[in-house]
Design a protein. Structure first.
Length: 137
């Protein structure tokens, strides 16, 4: 009886610790869907908006366009909002594909690696996702 009770208690403890939100400790690219938070390097990262007006492949466009991702990074109750950009028109808008910043006395670098799917002539309704690289300094 005591052995069974010990196994049950151990199972409950392991299960409760297994439900903890995973904190990714990585410098590789991580895919984010709009408004879905992920813990990366002790920061809660959320993509709050994605805009994409990049010129589709094989199209004749006046400008190259750009794709922007707006992010919210939370650490220990403090929040930092960022806008990252990829594409030919980012420099004109004064934006970059990466930013270094500090939040809650912790230094980070975030890089926008890609925005998917890339624009095409077909207007398929496919939700945009972004790939980010979050580095804790």
């Amino acid at each position: 009886m005591m052995k069974t009770l010990s196994y049950i208690l151990l199972s409950v403890l392991l299960t409760s610790f297994g439900c903890k939100k995973k904190n990714l400790e990585t410098n590789s690219s991580i895919e984010f869907a709009l408004n879905k938070s992920q813990m990366v390097n002790s920061a809660n990262v959320t993509v709050t908006n994605i805009t994409d007006n990049r010129c589709p492949p094989n199209a004749d466009c006046i400008t190259a366009g750009k794709a922007e991702a707006q992010l919210s990074v939370k650490v220990n109750g403090e929040t930092k909002d960022l806008t990252l950009c990829i594409g030919g028109d980012c420099n004109k808008a004064g934006l970059s594909d990466q930013q270094a910043f500090s939040v809650a006395s912790v230094n980070y670098t975030v890089k926008l690696v890609e925005v998917n799917p890339y624009n095409t002539f077909e207007k398929a309704v496919v939700p945009k996702t972004v790939k980010l690289q979050v580095t804790k300094m």
